[in-house]
Design a protein around this ligand. Structure first.
Ligand code: ADP
Length: 639
C-alpha cells in the first residue's frame, strides 16, 4: 500500500516561512530531532511501566548515523514509534489547531510578529527541511503490527508506504541539501561537528546518543610497540552526551546559559526566559523544580484551550506533560518541570491529583516564584516592570480569585500608574507617598492621565495634592473591592460614596446647607426620580457645577464591565447626582426654584445629562438634549 497526501495549506505556509525566514540558525534541527526521539523513548518507557503490551527495554538509545556517500544523516530511536494515524496527524500537520487562527493573516504580520508566533509552535520535526531536501521517516508503533515509511520533500505532499520488518521505534533520515556558496551542508556529516552539536544542545538528554566514531591510533609492530608516523583507523560506538538531566546537576554546576539553552529547546522559544527559578529542596520532602517565566506571554494564554502545568518527573522518569495541580491559575504562564524522589512511579494520573506530596510541592514552588518576583521588584525594577506588563493581569486575577485568598501573598507585587508620577508604583510606594492629611488610597478608572485629571470629581483631590491610582484593566476595581484596604488604608474611588476630603467644619457647613435647602434638593430629586437615587450637595467639587457618583458597592466601572460580559445581568450602579452649592450655576437653580419657574425641570435635566456625558455614559435621548441646549442658548444669547 502506498498513498500520496497533500499537506494542509497552513502547514505549507508555515513550512515555507520557517525554511526561508525564521531560523537563521540551521544547526538546531539536530537538537529538535534528538528531542523528539527522546520524547518518544520517554513515552515508551512510561507506558511500559503500566501497559503489559509493551516489552521492557533495557537499551533505550538514540543513534546518529552519517553516510558520506549518500549524503544522508539518520537519527534512530527505539521509542514509541507512530501508528498510521499518528503519522498523518503528527507529521502531516505542522500548525497545531490552536495556532491556526493566528496563521490566517500571517502574511500581513511583521517579521517580529511572525517570529513571536512561530517561536511558540512546536515546529521541531520540520526544522529538518532547513538542511534537507528530502526526509524519510521509517516508523513502527509498539501498538500496531505494521510499520510505515513517510517520505516528503516538504513542499506540497508526502507519501506513506507500508513496510515490513521494521523494528519498533523511528528512524528519521535526512537527504542533505546541495551545498551552496554560503552554506555547506556537508558539515552535518562530519563526526566532529555532530559531536559538538550534541554536546552543545543535547548533552542532558537522558538516553545515550550514540554514534560510530573513528579513532586514529598509532600502528603497532609485532611486539605491540607503536610504529613511528604510522597510523591506523579504528571505529567504535561512542556515547556523545553526558546524560545528566540539567536539573539533576547541582546549581553551581550549571551556567545560566545552559539553563537558558535548555529552556529554549524544550519550550520552543527563540528568546531567553525572563527569569529562571531553579530550586533543589531536600528534607521531609525532596524535589527539584526548574521553572521559567517566558519573556512574552504565550499567544494563547487567555484562550480556553490553553493548558497550564509543569512537567512531572519521578526519580528522573517522565510521568506527565502538564501537571495542572502544580500551578495555580494566576501563574498559568510558567513553564518548567518538577522532579521528585518522593512520588511513586506507578502512580496513576487520577491518584496523582490527590497526593499530599504534590500539593506541598505546589505550594512551595508557588512561594519560590513569588519570592523571586519580590526580589526582582526590589533589585531589578526594569525587568519587573517588563514582567508586569506581560503578566500583571494574571497577578491581579490571583488577588481577586478565591475571594481574595491570596491577597496577602500577592498584593505587594501589583503595580499601578498614577496621575502624578511617570513610573508605575506599588501600593506600598503609593502609601509611603501620602501627603499630609491623606488617609485613603484614591483611585480612578480611566485610560489617560488627562482624562482623569479633567474629571470634576478631581477638583478637591487636586487641590489637596493627593496622587490617584489610575485603573486601566477591567478587573482592577473588582480587585480593590476584594482587598478593601491595604496597610490599614481604605481604597476610595474618586467617584464613589463618601470621599472624606473636607475638614469636619467644612463638612458640617455643607450638611447644614443641605438641611436649609432640603426642599430644593427634594424637588430636584423628584424631577430626576427615574434617573438618580439621590441628589446631594457635593463634598468633592470646588470648580465644577455637578458630577455623577455611585453609591458604595457597585461602581460605574463595574457596571460597564459587567454589561460587556457574555450573559450580562442587568446590574446597575446606584447613581447619585452631586451639586456644587458654591457654583454660580446653583444660584440660577435656586432662583428658578424660588420663582417657581417651570424651567427648573429643563435645567435639572441638562445638569444630569452633562454629568452623564462626563462619566462617559450615553444619553438616553441625545436629540432632546440638543434641543433643550439650543433653546437655552438662544434665550441666553446677548447677540
Ligand atoms: P512537537 O515535538 O512539538 O510535538 P514535532 O513537529 O517535532 O512537534 O513533532 C510532531 C509529533 O510527531 C510529535 O509530537 C510526536 O508525536 C511525533 N514524533 C516526532 N518525532 C517522533 C519520533 N522520533 N518518534 C515518535 N513520534 C515522533
Amino acid at each position: 500500500m502506498s498513498e500520496i497526501r497533500e499537506f494542509k495549506t497552513e502547514s505549507k505556509r508555515l513550512l515555507e516561512l520557517m525554511i526561508n525566514s525564521i531560523y537563521t540558525n540551521k544547526e538546531i534541527f539536530l537538537r529538535e530531532l534528538i528531542s523528539n526521539a527522546s520524547d518518544a523513548i520517554d513515552k515508551h518507557h512510561y507506558l511500559s511501566l503500566t501497559n503489559d503490551k509493551l516489552n521492557h527495554v533495557d537499551d533505550y538509545q538514540i543513534f546518529i548515523e552519517a553516510n558520506k556517500e549518500l549524503r544522508t544523516l539518520s537519527i534512530i530511536d527505539n521509542g514509541i514509534g507512530m501508528t498510521y494515524d499518528e503519522l498523518i496527524n503528527n507529521l502531516g500537520t505542522i500548525a497545531k489547531s490552536g495556532s491556526l487562527d493566528f496563521m490566517k493573516d500571517i502574511n500581513e504580520k511583521s517579521e517580529q510578529e511572525k517570529l513571536d508566533i512561530i517561536g511558540q509552535f512546536g515546529v521541531g520535526f520540520y526544522s529538518a527541511y532547513m538542511v534537507a531536501s528530502k526526509v524519510v521517516v521509517k516508523t513502527k508503533s509498539s501498538f500496531e503490527e505494521k510499520g510505515y515509511i513517510f517520505s516528503s520533500n516538504g513542499t506540497e505532499s508526502y507519501e506513506i508506504t507500508e513496510a515490513e520488518g521494521l523494528k519498533f521505534g523511528t528512524e528519521v533520515t535526512l537527504y542533505l541539501r546541495e551545498n551552496v556558496e554560503n552554506e555547506n551542508y556537508d558539515k552535518y556529516l562530519d563526526e566532529y561537528e555532530l559531536r559538538s552539536l550534541v554536546k552543545k544542545y543535547s548533552d542532558y538528554i537522558r538516553y545515550p546518543i550514540k554514534m560510530e566514531v573513528t579513532h586514529e591510533n598509532p600502528k603497532l609492530d609485532s611486539d605491540g610497540k607503536p610504529i613511528k608516523d604510522e597510523y591506523e583507523e579504528t571505529t567504535e560506538i561512542e556515547t556523545l552526551n553526558s546524560m545528566t538531566p540539567i536539573w539533576k546537576k547541582k546549581k553551581n554546576e550549571v551556567t545560566d546559559e545552559e539553563l537558558n539553552e535548555f529552556y529554549k529547546q524544550k519550550y520552543y522559544d527563540y528568546q531567553d526566559p525572563l527569569a529562571t527559578i531553579f530550586v533543589n529542596v531536600e528534607g521531609a520532602l525532596n524535589y527539584t523544580a526548574l521553572v521559567y517565566i517566558p519573556k512574552k506571554a504565550p499567544y494563547d494564554l487567555y484562550y480556553d484551550k490553553y493548558e497550564k502545568g509543569l512537567q512531572l518527573y519521578s526519580k528522573g522518569v517522565f510521568i506527565m506533560e502538564k501537571c495542572k495541580d502544580l500551578v495555580p491559575d494566576y501563574l498559568r504562564f510558567i513553564k518548567g518541570l518538577v522532579d521528585s524522589n518522593d512520588l511513586s512511579l506507578n502512580i496513576s494520573r487520577e491518584i496523582l491529583q490527590q497526593t499530599h506530596q504534590l500539593e506541598k510541592i505546589a505550594t512551595n514552588v508557588e512561594k519560590k516564584i513569588v519570592s523571586r518576583l519580590e526580589k526582582m521588584l526590589k533589585d531589578e525594577r526594569e525587568l519587573y516592570v517588563d514582567f508586569f506588563k506581560n503578566y500583571g493581569l494574571n497577578l491581579k486575577y490571583g488577588v481577586y480569585d478565591k475571594y481574595g485568598l491570596k491577597k496577602e501573598l500577592l498584593q505587594n507585587l501589583l503595580l499601578y500608574k498614577t496621575v502624578n508620577k511617570e513610573e508605575m508604583v506599588t501600593l506600598k510606594e503609593y502609601v509611603e507617598g501620602f501627603v499630609e492629611g491623606q488617609e485613603n488610597i484614591y483611585f480612578a478608572s480611566g485610560k489617560t492621565k488627562e482624562a482623569i485629571m479633567s474629571l470634576p470629581q478631581m477638583d478637591l483631590i487636586k487641590k489637596q495634592g493627593y496622587d490617584v491610582l489610575m485603573l486601566t484593566d477591567d478587573i482592577d476595581e473588582f480587585v480593590f473591592g476584594i482587598m478593601q484596604e491595604y496597610d490599614g488604608k481604605k481604597f476610595k474611588s474618586i467617584n464613589q460614596g463618601d470621599l472624606d476630603l473636607l475638614s469636619k467644619e467644612e463638612k458640617e457647613k455643607i450638611d447644614n446647607l443641605a438641611t436649609d435647602k432640603k426642599t430644593l434638593l427634594e424637588k430636584l430629586k423628584e424631577i430626576l426620580k427615574d434617573e438618580v437615587s439621590d441628589v446631594v450637595f457635593s463634598k468633592r467639587l470646588t470648580d465644577s457645577p455637578v458630577c455623577l457618583v455611585s453609591a458604595d458597592g457597585m461602581s460605574f466601572e463595574m457596571e460597564k464591565v459587567m454589561a460587556a460580559m457574555p450573559n450580562a445581568k442587568d446590574a446597575k450602579a446606584d447613581r447619585i447626582l452631586e451639586i456644587n452649592p458654591h457654583h454660580k450655576l446653583f444660584e440660577t437653580i435656586e432662583n428658578l426654584y424660588n420663582d417657581n419657574n417651570v424651567e427648573l425641570e429643563d435645567y435639572a435635566y441638562l445638569l444630569y445629562s452633562q454629568a452623564l456625558l462626563i462619566e462617559g455614559f450615553p444619553l438616553k435621548d441625545p436629540v432632546e438634549f440638543s434641543n433643550k441646549m439650543c433653546e437655552l442658548m438662544i434665550k441666553g444669547a446677548k447677540y
